[in-house]
Design a binder for this molecule. Sequence first.
Ligand SMILES: [Zn+2]
Length: 238
Amino acid sequence: MRHGRLMLSAALMLVVMASVPVRAGETPASALERLKAGNARFVRDAASALPIDAEKRQAQLKGQSPFAIVLSCADSRVPPEVIFNAGLGELFVVRTAGSVTDKAVLASVEYGAEHLKTPLLVVMGHESCGAVKAAVETKPGAPTMGPNLDALIGAVRSSFDRLTAPADLEHLRDAILANVEQVVNDILVKSAVVKHLTGAGELQVIGAYYELSTGLVRFSEPVKLATEPAHKESAAHK
Ligand SMILES: [Zn+2]
């Protein structure tokens, strides 16, 4: 694991929060520990039963209080609830190919962070990501895959500006981590809500990488922002 590539932009890592508000019954740190513990159960025993039963399902009628938001790839091999051995109502999951963001994705993340008061946002890339692989293999100006896929692949490809290694299949892991870093930064730039909550220490944003081969999820250092004045802007104005 090249930990260096999971370090998020230094410019974002400025100030350590003095106090950590408790949201949804968890702090960002305790939420991260829960994810790590769930992933450890999955790594130990991939067939480990999910903590789900009819009684817990019934209890969900009262509402939801997820402890973490996970933005991951839509890849069928990467289901966050399974990887983190999480039950109903525990994870607020948003998935697109390559974890690429648009307004609907940002709005979903904001809903989880602001309205459900979820204290942790994980942006998770994964080994052998087909979306990143396609971005590596498809050169700009190549025969079109259709306007929607072209736009998605183009968004992934823009993250390769972060690479020091060549954007090729030999360095696919670096490209995947660059994409995670890009998505984290996109969210902080495009979502005033997420930026505010992160700056206020109410939300922690962290990158992650899931290894298909071992089942293990590796996490980056959390993004740290300077504390902002106590006002909220609407992301819609961005
Ligand atoms: Zn993928």
